[in-house]
Design a protein around this ligand. Sequence first.
Ligand code: BJW
Ligand code: ZN
Length: 264
Amino acid sequence: MTLTTINELEFPQSLLDALRQARHVVVFTGAGVSAESGIPTFRDESGYWGDVDPEDFATRAGFRRDPALVWGWYESRRKQVMRSQPNPAHIAIARLARYIEQLTVVTQNIDDLHERAGCAEVLHLHGSFFAPRCFACARPYSKPLDSPDLVSSEPRQEPPRCARCNGRIRPGVVWFGEQLQREMYQPAQRAAQKCDVLFSIGTSSLIYPAASLPFETAARGIPVVQVNPSATDLDAKAKFNLRGQAGDIMPRLLAAAWPDAGEG
Ligand code: BJW
Ligand code: ZN
């Protein structure tokens, strides 16, 4: 395991070689990759779970108890995301596709910042702000969601109703105790099983089954590159621990591996 701190300008040669030789790379991201776009993480000091109880805001039981509180919270977060921009980490990740035969981006984030940075296809393991569905019958909500200017700033907002069954519309995300969508998780697992390098960027590596992707990949002897300013449980298993902010490290790493990467 190699620990590289933010102040070191040089990345290990073995990391640059592994990247240049890789045919298939998986980039697995968490809330930390969007932190430099101004989106809070969950478990850092100023993260969401410091303010609100995940039992109330990220479970089916919480939604049943107070749908307006949960819907209002997700709407205010969606508004914040829509007013934010991809940061240099999102952009560097999208640029990696120019150099790697097959790049698979797997995110736990429900924002669309990878897509807006230019990633054509992103596997959203924990769902999306932009795919609400009926809590009762699961039908996708067919009407467009309000534009950020129209989203009310009231913390409580009644969710819209389903056109088929009049059930409440819920955010299209994966809450605690819910299964990940097979259409997202299976391709992510397949990609992790055949990749040559896996990046784990901006995640505390605590939430399963998503967190098993880097651990299982490392267990197969495939180099895992972790980018995070803080230590996580993955440190002991990652071949390279790049300590620092993703928006600083990812563009520098790309430029070190492919010197023309900063252009265009
Ligand atoms: C930076 C940075 C910068 C900051 N640059 N880095 C095995 C053992 C024990 C428990 C379980 C288990 N398997 C499953 C469970 C239960 C549970 C779980 O994992 N619990 C844990 C507490 C242990 N898992 C589940 O419930 C999952 N479902 C499930 O297992 O179903 C099974 C089932 C089977 C049969 C029937 C029914 C069910 C579902 C989990 C869903 C998680 N949902 C959330 C909310 C999504 C919607 C939303 O956004 O609101 O997903 S919770 C939240 O955590 C969100 C995130 O995607 C997820 C992960 O968080 P993430 O991204 O890692 O963020 P942080 O804040 O934790 O970390 C940020 C990191 O960034 C930090 O390390 C910083 O240092 C770093 N950072 N700035 C780089 N600039
Ligand atoms: Zn319905």
